[in-house]
Design a protein around this ligand. Structure first.
Ligand code: HEC
Length: 125
């Protein structure tokens, strides 16, 4: 009986660990990165999107991967000149967009290489 409960507990614990994805509330970008993103946003995006534009967008995108949002943004924005920024610049702007929705900053910047953004899920802001 005791042995059975231990087995059940181990299964439950491992299930729980495996089931919990990393999301944008887990301090996934750095303050400095968001600051750089703010400058780029002012220069390239503010003319069409005020700061309040992004939170509802994140709501719609919540549950999807950050990689998907980044791909869409890089391919279609700025609408006047799609894809004109460097990859890193889009990531910095995304960090700024996360900061606007009060997702917390952490020590590590958001990193687009290595496929990590495919597994990072957008939380409902
Ligand atoms: C010339 C105007 C213009 C500029 C500049 C511009 N956008 Fe957009 N953006 C639009 C339009 C138009 C849409 C689609 C209509 C809408 O949802 O408002 C849009 C939609 C978006 C969306 C939501 C798309 C979706 O499917 O949810 C995001 C995110 C976005 N833009 C980010 C950016 C970023 C980041 C920049 C700066 C690099 C930028 N935009 C610059 C016009 C612009």
């Amino acid at each position: 009986m005791v042995r059975l409960s231990v087995a059940v507990l181990v299964v439950l614990l491992s299930f729980n660990v495996g089931a919990k994805p990393r999301t944008t509330i887990d301090a996934v970008y750095s303050k400095q990165q968001a600051k750089s993103g703010e400058g780029l946003y002012r220069e390239h995006c503010l003319i069409c999107h005020d700061k309040k534009y992004f939170q509802p967008v994140l709501e719609v995108w919540s549950g999807q991967s950050v990689a998907t949002l980044l791909q869409m943004m890089s391919a279609t924005m700025p609408e006047s000149d799609p894809g004109s920024l460097r990859g890193k610049e889009y990531v910095d702007i995304l960090a700024y967009i996360f900061s606007l929705s009060k997702f917390p900053a952490g020590d590590e910047p958001l990193e687009r290489r290595g496929g990590k953004l495919d597994e990072l899920i957008i939380a409902n802001p």
